[in-house]
Design a protein around this ligand. Sequence first.
Ligand code: MN
Length: 228
Amino acid sequence: MDYAIAPPAVPSLPVQGSALRFPVRRIFCIGRNYAEHAKEMGATVEPGRPMFFCKPADAVVADDADVPYPSATNELHHEVEMVLALGAGGRDVPVEHAASLVWGVGVGLDLTRRDLQAQAKAKGHPWDVAKAFDHSAPVSALRRLDGALPGPDTELRLSVNGALRQQARLGEMIHDVPHILAALSALFELKPGDLVFTGTPAGVAALSRGDRFHAALAGYAELDGRIA
Ligand code: MN
């Protein structure tokens, strides 16, 4: 096929232990999935009603890369999250089948312009400019799973310049992976290549130019980077 302009490149992430790359189709994110984080944001959690937002696929930043400090903010915040990489899709996927969509996992940062998010919340505006900006989704190399999802005792951690900022167990999630995917598939037909950020625990805080971050989904994935 001939295109009127050069078609955009396919955003992708490295795969651990492989020369193959994982092509990224879309990025979905769940909000308020850890009670202590919802509390620190002054939000109330409505059980059974997950809240989702999106980032563009080309917001991904690979491991060990610099993240440019974004324009139009003075309050760039980190949110460390487990990231699911889907190898299969579907719509209205039952909870009991949802885990089978997951091809692999990684760890990522849902970078947020917190000042613009606060303005959007106050005005009832969408969150796009707070969440979906360029380079807003650093993600580790992905770990392919052979069946089992990371268990509830798996730790999620983020340190900045060597100091621990966020730490939680996956078991603290309000909506677990099958329930997240079942709920998301009722709103969007999920497709192979989709990434799903699964929410951040408490401890979100500001990043400054020059900060070095290290995120881990213990035993599965690690992510390093620097705010440039
Ligand atoms: Mn988040």
